[in-house]
Ligand binder design. Structure first.
Ligand code: BTN
Length: 337
């Protein structure tokens, strides 16, 4: 009986598949010889062939020829670990990938993994969620195959009081990443909405467990409507929600969006670790178009009306009311009026 693979050997196998996929993609529809792959990966030709078989089982259409090697004809529109790994440019974020066809909620599984000791940078990705969670107990529409449902495990060194700023950090990374994929303006609406052409295209749900002076773990949950056809949004979202494909007029590669997002998130997160959240707050102000807009804010059951003047250095929303007072909003829902 052959020994069952260890965690390390599984990781090596998945790295090998990611390398092969990168090489096949880079060949742009050309052939890559089995001999080259076997030399680069320091594995036998039989092992190369086994990896090809497992890539095929994930939905990649790969042709093979004894003389020419392998050719990638078609990629599945899936967020499998091989696909994600081949698109990753981040160093730590996404280095361990937990992928499921369907989950109740990626935040729920990421939390369970964090409690069990999962390392920072572990990501949970699902093709569909049956109980996707939004802010304030709302649900997140998570149909199969068309969106990104992602949760990141973080173990930050900063103080618990800084935790809410992680939502702003994720918002900056997300708005910048999505801007590259749609021709319409992508903006941030406090605290956690990303809008494309004024409609919600993505949301962020940050959950944390902390002691009084240290954060144990944080889960950054991100939902993005990538190729969601506008017609399938539930009635209460129609007219308010959109997808990247709807803004772009053609399907968008989910794996490219995810790779770009993780790279930008890592860059912002590492910079916040070194320099604090100042750069994030400044960039957030540039990416949001809220300043100067008239709004109604529902905060702790108290409706307030006024004009947004921006966010403070501590991330709270600043609202100037009719009597000239500036209210500091630490949590709430904002409605443009
Ligand atoms: C919101 O706008 O209310 C936040 C939505 C966050 C949704 C994402 S989808 C992936 C992750 N898992 C969840 O259950 N929720 C977040």
């Amino acid at each position: 009986m052959s020994p069952s693979p260890t965690g390390a050997s599984l990781a090596m196998e998945s790295n090998a598949r990611q390398h092969m996929l990168r090489r096949l993609k880079k060949a742009g529809g050309g052939w890559v010889s089995g001999e080259d792959l076997s030399r680069e990966l320091r594995i036998s030709r039989t092992a190369v062939w086994k990896h090809v078989r497992s890539l095929r089982s994930e939905g990649h259409v790969i042709e093979s020829s004894t003389r020419k090697g392998y050719l990638l004809r078609q990629m599945p529109d899936r967020l499998s670990p091989s696909e994600i790994g081949a698109a990753l440019r981040s160093v730590r974020m996404g280095r361990r990938i937990v992928y499921e066809r369907q989950l109740d909620s990626t935040n729920r599984l990421a939390r369970d993994l964090a409690i069990a000791g999962a390392a920072e940078g572990t990501i949970v990705v699902a093709e569909a969620q049956t109980a996707g969670r939004g802010r304030k107990g709302r649900s997140w529409f998570s149909p199969p195959g068309s969106g990104i449902y992602l949760s990141l495990v973080l173990r930050p060194g900063f103080q618990p009081a800084e935790a809410p700023k992680t939502t702003l950090l994720a918002g900056v990374a997300l708005a910048e990443a999505l801007s590259a994929f749609v021709p319409v303006p992508v903006t941030i609406k406090w605290p956690n909405d990303i809008l494309a052409g004024g409609k919600k295209v993505a949301g962020i749900l940050v959950e944390a467990a902390a002691e009084i002076d240290a954060i144990d773990y944080m889960i950054v949950g991100i939902g993005i409507n990538v190729n969601t056809p506008p017609g399938i949004f539930p009635a209460d979202l129609r007219g308010r929600a959109t997808s990247l494909a709807a803004g772009f007029g053609r399907p968008v590669s989910r794996v490219d969006v995810l790779g770009d997002l993780l790279e930008r998130f890592e860059r912002e997160y590492d910079r916040a670790g070194r320099e604090g959240f100042g750069p994030v707050i400044r960039r957030w102000r540039e990416l949001s178009d809220m300043a100067g807009r008239r709004v109604r804010v529902h905060s702790f059951g108290r409706p307030l009306e006024g004009v947004i003047t921006g966010i403070g250095d501590d991330g709270v929303l600043l609202l100037k009311t009719a009597d000239g007072d500036v209210e500091r909003i630490i949590a709430g829902d904002v409605e443009y009026i």
